[in-house]
Design a protein around this ligand. Structure first.
Ligand code: MN
Length: 148
């Protein structure tokens, strides 16, 4: 399954980090979710760095170049929307894929997550069989033929 991860490609300006960095930053306060998501991602050849709250997530993001950031929305103190906005203000994280992962599945939350700077949205409870490919769909640049 590790070969699947190596097929992940980013925009050309990020080619350098593509070959070196398979580390995903997971910002999630729930221990069971951290455990499950880390398990699934590692099984597919990714490395995972976890943050338990928004401010440490922002701090960690700025000390590494994560391949992507998985972001819980319901976090203590600073919620995921504010975390996404703060991440997008940092030049280093301007183009990093940020994927909201949340059970906060009220109508309009998807739009709110996208407006805050997230690239996508995966609902909890996650499907363990498809979760990693759902994440990977946000890592791959769209082919010309797939663009609207
Ligand atoms: Mn949470």
């Amino acid at each position: 399954m590790a070969s699947e991860a190596s097929s992940v490609s980013l925009c050309p300006s990020n080619r350098k980090s593509e070959s070196m960095n398979k580390t995903i930053l997971l910002i999630e306060d729930n221990e069971q979710n951290r455990y499950l998501l880390t398990f699934l991602l590692e099984k597919h050849g990714y490395a995972v760095v976890a943050a338990f709250d928004g401010s440490s997530g922002i701090e960690i993001a700025n000390t590494m170049e994560p391949l992507a950031i998985l972001l819980d929305i319901q976090l203590p103190q600073i919620d995921g929307y504010a975390v996404a906005r703060a991440l997008r203000k940092s030049p280093a994280q301007k183009h990093t894929p940020i994927i909201a992962v949340t059970s906060y599945a009220m109508s309009g939350d998807r739009e709110r997550a996208l407006a805050a700077g997230c690239n996508g949205y995966i609902e909890k409870p996650i499907n363990p069989d498809t979760f990693v490919s759902e994440v990977e769909a946000f890592l791959k640049p769209k082919k010309q033929s797939e663009l609207p």
